[in-house]
Ligand binder design. Structure first.
Ligand SMILES: [Fe+2]
Ligand SMILES: [Fe+2]
Length: 198
């Protein structure tokens, strides 16, 4: 396939490529992380539209961003980068497209460690925002309750406190204007949810 525009990716040739990626990722992730991935993809596509980001880069990056969790949560990002690169290269995706996708994945948690200024492209910002916004939802509460299971086991109050603090941090970590708007709904939902729990 001839690619004249360096931003053009084989994804634009049809949904077949995306369905293949979906199948690949669904087969690797547990259902909790797969559900998270699907929700991040939906939010990311909405933000991509609003922020005029490249939708194909955002979609592929969202689908691959947590695939490294097949071997556990810790340090999953380098594994996600590696798996995404390997997969996209084996499917002969445009090299420029691959670099953009891998970059989005590489920096998708930089805002959590004080490096938000290093999330440079709009596509990477959109992915980081979608990943953060997804936490401010019923599903985000379920996922983090499971993540903090040990804290809950030790003390219910401690578990609730940890969960609340983590989710409340999200709101200040949003990078894009559209993301801030989108996060407001989730922020309100989480605050209401915790109202009687704290
Ligand atoms: Fe992640
Ligand atoms: Fe994620």
């Amino acid at each position: 396939m001839e690619i004249t525009n360096p931003r053009l990716s084989p994804i634009q040739s049809g949904r077949g490529q995306i369905q293949k990626i979906e199948k690949f990722i669904e087969s690797k992730l547990d259902s909790l992380n797969w559900q998270h991935t699907l929700e991040v993809r939906n939010i990311a596509l909405k933000l991509a539209r609003l922020e005029k980001a490249d939708k194909d880069i955002v979609e592929a990056a969202a689908l691959f961003h947590d695939i490294g969790k097949i071997k556990g949560d810790d340090n999953h990002t380098p594994r996600s980068e590696e798996i995404a690169r390997k997969y996209l290269e084996s499917e002969s995706f445009n090299q420029n497209f691959i670099e953009e996708v891998v970059y989005c994945i590489a920096v998708h948690e930089y805002h959590w460690i004080g490096k938000a200024n290093l999330i440079k492209t709009i596509e990477a910002q959109v992915l980081a925002d979608a990943d953060t916004i997804q936490k401010l939802s019923p599903w985000g509460i379920i996922k983090h309750s499971i993540k903090y299971q040990e804290d809950f086991n030790k003390s219910y109050e401690e578990g609730i406190k940890k969960l609340w603090e983590k989710l409340m941090k999200c709101y200040n970590l949003i990078l894009t204007k559209s993301g801030q708007k989108e996060a407001e709904k989730g922020y309100k939902f989480v605050k209401d949810f915790f109202k009687d729990l704290l």
